[in-house]
Design a protein around this ligand. Sequence first.
Ligand SMILES: *Cc1c(COP(=O)(O)O)cnc(C)c1O
Length: 351
Amino acid sequence: MSTVAPRADLESLPKYVPGRTIQGAIKLASNEVPGGALPSVAKALAEAATGINRYPDTGSQALRDRLAADLAVPVERIAVGCGSVSLCQQLVQAVCAPGDEVIFGWRSFEAYPIVTQVANAVGVRVPLTAGHGLDLDAMLAAITPRTRLIFVCNPNNPTGTTVRRAELERFLDAVPGHVLVALDEAYREFVTDREVPDGIEFTRTRDNVTVLRTFSKAYGLAGLRVGYAVAPEPIADALRQVYVAFSVNMLAQVAAIASLDAADELLTRCREIVGERERVHAALLEAGYEVPPTQANFVWLPLGDRAAAFAEYLMDRKLIVRPFQGDGVRVTIGTREENDLFLEAAREFLR
Ligand SMILES: *Cc1c(COP(=O)(O)O)cnc(C)c1O
């Protein structure tokens, strides 16, 4: 008798570990912003909710038009996805044949190896530098005739480190024209270092650069799932071809536009988080932790084998952080009160 079996290789697929949510605990595990929906966004959602019997616009035309205007990019070069994690997978599907290679730093965004394997491509992990940043020279050296795509996560999740303009330009100059570079800028709105370039500038002058952005982080819409890519036109076309029809739902499209209308207010919230980031970073250094400089809404504690113990210690104090055992712990910046509770527990841990 024969039975249906899933693809054999799925057994080796790394699991995406979501940040845990526990009643009554403070969640600093998923790089969400602490503020809930703005009244204007909630109102737009409530009004739109009466139309949920209709399918959404599968082309997300109104949202794409708005992004095109705001970013000064032709609308043909914008593709949307059900979160930018979906766009990561669409990119692999759009450029890789089975067995083609996708390069990314490690550690970097934990979805990269998963979406790569799901799309039947081969992930190539390039270790970070001693300073916990992307090693662009080593990533260049990892390019082979089978390489089709390179993810450059800037700032890097989970370490918060960045690559700066001169370094990135040198890298882009050296990458062969047939290899696509995806600049994953999920945390762009938290960047204050002016030497960290806005990737969209590169998409104006280079045919092999794509930028990925999301409404989940600074714009506070993680629960609604919408992100976008600014890509060369043939790549944007291909991203739309592999898009699962209707997967950016109508409420997500409406909320994204309402959030762009409220960008000033939302970006003010981001500046407050940046202020807290600087305060938390300094306090951790003072307490004796090694903490790489961060330009995102989280800090990285390279605790190595003590990562799980640290996370458990904090869990006992009702603080949820994100451990990567063997490497370190990522802690999202929360409200001032939440950050104070975290800092207190982190100081205690060292005693
Ligand atoms: C959070 C995150 C994303 C995407 O999030 P979505 O919610 O899927 O839009 C993409 N890249 C990185 C590096 C992230 O941290």
